[in-house]
Design a protein around this ligand. Structure first.
Ligand SMILES: [Zn+2]
Length: 206
C-alpha cells in the first residue's frame, strides 16, 4: 500500500499586524484505493513582531455531518496571544454502560421500586401508568428488541437489590453531570475569550 502525493504546496496567510505572513505547507495524498488524506505541516510565523507576541493554535470542532460529506471536523487556525490558549477541555465523558448500569444511573432506588409496582399491577407494557416505566421499557427494548414485563421486572429487582454496589447511582450521576456542565461552560467561556483576542489565519495557495 503506497500513498502518492497529489500536491504538496506552500500556503500563506496575512499575520496579525499586517506587515508579514504566516506560512505552511499543505498536502493531499491518495492511495491505491483512491482514499485521500490531507494535512499541513511546517507552520511558521514569518513576522518578527507577531512571532514575539503570538503562537499558532488550531480550534478543532466536531459537528454532525453525514459520512459521504466529510469527516465532520472543522479546523480553524489562529494566532493566539502567548498569554492565552484555546486548549480548554470541553469534551464529555462517554459512558459505556450495560443496561443495568444505565438504569441505575437514570433512576433512584425508590423510583425503581415504584416502577416495579407499576409493572406488576399493569401486567402489560401497553397499560403502564408511569412515564418512568415506559422509559425503562424503551431502554430494555433498545437492547433486547422485546417489551416483556416479567423479564424487565426481574432485571429491575436485581438493580434494586444491588443498588448500592453500583458506582454510578442516580445521585452520583446527577452531581457528576452538574459539575461537568459547569466545567464545560467555564472552559467554553475561556476558549471564546481567547478567540476574541486571537487573529484568524486564512491560508491561501501562493
Ligand atoms: Zn505581523
Amino acid at each position: 500500500m503506497s500513498w502518492d502525493t497529489m500536491y504538496d504546496r506552500l500556503e500563506q496567510s496575512q499575520c496579525a499586524c499586517g506587515n508579514g505572513v504566516v506560512t505552511r505547507r499543505s498536502y493531499s495524498k491518495m492511495d491505491d484505493w483512491n482514499r485521500t488524506k490531507d494535512g499541513y505541516y511546517d507552520e511558521k510565523i514569518q513576522c518578527e513582531d507577531c512571532n514575539s507576541k503570538f503562537h499558532i493554535e488550531h480550534y478543532i470542532k466536531h459537528f454532525f455531518c453525514p459520512p459521504w460529506k466529510g469527516d465532520g471536523i472543522s479546523d480553524t487556525p489562529y494566532l493566539v496571544p502567548n498569554s492565552k490558549t484555546l486548549k480548554h477541555d470541553v469534551s464529555q465523558k462517554q459512558f459505556n454502560f450495560r443496561l443495568e448500569e444505565e438504569i441505575v444511573s437514570s433512576f433512584n432506588k425508590n423510583t425503581l421500586e415504584t416502577i416495579v409496582d407499576d409493572m406488576t399491577t399493569s401486567k402489560y407494557s401497553t397499560r403502564l401508568k408511569l412515564t418512568d416505566s415506559e422509559k425503562v421499557v424503551d431502554l430494555y427494548f433498545r437492547q433486547h428488541k422485546k417489551r416483556s414485563l416479567p423479564n424487565i421486572i426481574k432485571l429491575l429487582q436485581q438493580c434494586v437489590y444491588n443498588y448500592n454496589s453500583y458506582e454510578w447511582g442516580f445521585t452520583t450521576m446527577q452531581k457528576y453531570r452538574h459539575k461537568e456542565q459547569l466545567r464545560i461552560e467555564t472552559n467554553s467561556k475561556k476558549i471564546n475569550d481567547s478567540i476574541s483576542q486571537s487573529f484568524e489565519l486564512e491560508f491561501k495557495v501562493e
